[in-house]
Design a protein around this ligand. Sequence first.
Ligand code: ADP
Ligand code: MG
Length: 427
Amino acid sequence: MKFEQYNISTEIKDSLKEMGFKKPTDIQFKAIPSILNGDDVMAIAQTGTGKTAAFAIPILHRLQQQDRRHRKAPYEVKCLVMVPTRELAIQIAEVFQGIAQYTDLRILALVGGVDQGPQIKMLEKGVDVLIATPGRMFDQINQGHIDLSHTQTLVLDEADHMLDLGFIRDIRDVIKHIPREHQTLFFSATLNKDIKDLAYSVVNNPIRIQISPKDPVSKNVSHAVAYVEMDDKRFFLERLIKEFPESKILVFVRTKVRAERVMAAMTRIGIKSITMHGGKEQDDRLDVMAAFKSGDVKVLITTDVNARGIDIPNVDYVVNYDLPDVAENYVHRVGRTGRGVQKGQAVSFCSTEEKPMLETIQKFLGKNITEMTINKDDYRETISFSEDIPNDNWQLLLDQHNKEMEELEKKVKKRAAATAKKKAKKK
Ligand code: ADP
Ligand code: MG
């Protein structure tokens, strides 16, 4: 079925055509009718499968139908979309604006860290769709700039994350402000059991839509793990970047400080990169995202603030320079590549001390991540290939690595021998 055949307004159909959306994706196909129907929906679908438009299209259509009859009161918000980060709020607002471009509907991203003036002016006239992070939204509710007493639809994107710890109280607070009769929509790529129970405590009998529940990693992403020691990671990153100089590479690290350090290491060897993390000013954050989006800078080093939702075109590689602290974030991070119909690759650098985390991630995925084997010579070559290390130093590192590999080999052999013995005994 094509969008043309849908029972949605011609204005929306025209904009979808312009955006190059011909056919709905699976999640769009399944979710749109229920949302048009006014049902509560809990939708789980892999990263990059078009969840944003899956809620934006039916929401905008419904609003457009009503818009002809109702005038908005000042500060009124008809639909509230809550998201975890500012960049995501801006991105989702852009999708809404794209789909609503031929309608009169008013859409606003409300984010912190920027001048409030223009945002308050927009709110004053009332908006149809407000996309907000909780922090700035509560500021504005408290200042009387947001009236949720006529809100019909509440959307939680990255719902499991929004419901997690910090935000659940905020969400309950929001629900207190909106009318009893309202529609609630949850969207995410992951949802664990505890959070699911929490989600069910917020909605009444939602329609549950789940696509590809078995493997949470997008089928468009081929992902592997390489065993690389902490101190050697930068050499492997250097090699990857130099081998694929035309590629757009998104590198995830554990902390802000590490992001800056990895960038400094790349700068030393003449590789241009930028960082993005919670420690940056909002203007900088937006500039960085724009530079990476446009491809002006091909390497972005970031923390988990960018793990969820961000839709950047043509990211060829995701590198987990450090493994994530939370297993779900593995799925979200590697899902920044392979979006829509594109294919993507991801590689994780796992050091000895990160092996327990790798186990946790594999347990979460329900399967092992393919191992990218690096033999001794390749490992040696990668380190010697670096322009950032004096020769005697790498020899030292190499000796240490070789020793560890030998020990590992011994262990494996020993285990194999023991298993063989056991088998022989059984017979
Ligand atoms: P998700 O939220 O599921 O991770 P997004 O909503 O960010 O995914 O969409 C991923 C990409 O797919 C976006 O670049 C979007 O423009 C594109 N996309 C979404 N729906 C369609 C469609 N029906 N046809 C073509 N491209 C689409
Ligand atoms: Mg999304």
